[in-house]
Design a protein around this ligand. Structure first.
Ligand code: AMP
Ligand code: MG
Length: 396
């Protein structure tokens, strides 16, 4: 049986590259850029007024002027209006172009406006104040967002401002989520006394959705020929198969054999961990990958976060940043397996991320998942973990 670290290494050696595609920029949230986005003109594109008030020439202040005749009013979007005399100003709004004859903007708060005149009520005026200068943020041709960046709401806005209505983003793998087990019925069905409703597929699908990945789901029975037929179809039509169930030692756990018969070569089966020990991982000759998680909902959930999401990130060129928290209670775990402990998280008054264990009833207890926020990965070599020790966490 291999360790968690060995399993992780084997999986990360299998990162894929699924190419790129063009999508409307509004649908690109959460995707990864496959092109550099450049400013089509300077940002800002003109000397932009940043306060509502008046525009003047600072020379007027130096020459002792403190009252200005309002020559015109200039809104954002208007053509700039020039002044001809030192005793003149233009009443001007935020977002307007600073007229060439002005170099300073005085906000309403520093003025008294009456009978077509603006009079200063402050001495604190600096040449060039309240102006956002042309090209100060980016010059035309500068990269505003680059290859490999995750598209965030801020990037969507930036992309909109430079007129890119379509974006080239990294393509996501086509993923099939396959649940297996004869005891499982559809959500809308009423299970008999011996059955349960299937939930894993929905959990996995919604986790992937949070990562911008729309996957298809299907269910297969515990019947070898049917399993082979359905998996064969999936291997032809998808890049990655995420299975849950049917990989343990049970009499009806036919998945590993079926996969091997379909030329999916096992890269490992069983990992020294709890939950999720029966985890099976393999690669088809043509490069398709199969993550076959044990069916216990907590095991599926843990393996998805600990192994699949880092693989997905790596395949898209994104880093999976390690996160750590402080164990808030002592905890003992006495099996030769790496324990992934379910914890609730909070920040204490010293801004430390504290992890409080919430013990469920093993990997079948997924009601507990809803009460927790992360798995804490405890070191394999030890059995006792003290309050105050720091360990890695996997948030979900
Ligand atoms: P297995 O890995 O197939 O032995 O399944 C382990 C446990 O997880 C069994 O109690 C199954 O009934 C349960 N299980 C398997 N698949 C699902 C699923 N899709 N949704 C909910 N429970 C499941
Ligand atoms: Mg099963």
């Amino acid at each position: 049986m291999i360790t968690v670290e060995e399993a992780e290494k084997i999986i990360l050696e299998q990162v894929g590259d699924y190419g790129a595609e063009i999508v409307p920029f509004e649908l690109a949230l959460g995707r990864v850029l496959a092109e550099d986005i450049k400013a089509d003109r300077d940002l800002p594109p003109f000397n932009r007024v940043t306060m509502d008030g008046i525009a003047i020439s600072y020379d007027a202040i130096e020459n002792g002027f403190s009252t200005f005749r309002i020559k015109a009013t200039q809104a954002a979007g208007d053509h700039p209006v020039d002044i001809d005399e030192h005793n003149e100003c233009v009443e001007i709004m935020t977002g307007a172009v600073l007229p060439a004859s002005s170099d300073t903007v005085i906000r309403y708060e520093d003025l008294e406006m009456r009978a077509g005149l603006a009079t200063l009520v402050t001495r604190e005026i600096k040449r060039g104040q309240n102006i956002h200068y042309k090209g100060n943020d980016k010059k035309q041709g500068d990269i505003v967002a680059g290859v490999g960046e995750l598209v965030t709401p801020a990037i969507i806005g930036l992309v909109a401002s430079v007129g890119e209505s379509e974006l080239r983003v990294k393509k996501l793998p086509r993923v099939a989520i396959i649940s297996s087990g004869d005891e499982l019925v559809e959500v809308t069905e009423t299970p008999s006394a011996n059955q349960i409703r299937r939930s894993n597929g929905y959990t996995v699908k919604s986790v992937l959705k949070q990562h911008g990945l729309e996957a298809d789901t299907l269910h297969i029975p515990d019947e070898p020929e049917e399993i082979k037929k359905r998996l064969s179809f999936c291997l032809e039509n998808y890049d990655v198969l995420l299975l849950s169930g049917g990989v343990s030692m049970g009499k009806f756990d036919h998945i590993p054999k079926a996969l091997e018969e379909l030329k999916v070569n096992v890269l490992f089966h069983k990992v020294q961990q709890r939950p999720g020990k029966p985890f099976w991982f393999g690669r088809h000759d043509d490069g398709k990958l199969v993550f076959a998680f044990p069916g216990n909902p907590v095991a599926t959930f843990m393996c998805l976060h600990r192994y699949f999401l880092p693989w997905l990130n790596a395949s898209l060129g994104l880093e999976t940043k390690s996160q750590y928290a402080v164990l808030n209670n002592r905890y003992g775990f006495h099996l030769p397996l790496k324990c992934f402990l379910q914890v609730k998280l909070h920040y204490n008054e010293y801004c430390q991320l504290m992890a409080t264990p919430v013990e469920g009833n093993g990997s079948g207890d997924f009601a507990n998942l809803a009460d927790t926020e992360a798995f804490m990965e405890l070191p394999l070599e030890r059995n006792e973990f003290k309050k105050g020790e720091v360990f890695k966490v996997w948030r979900f």
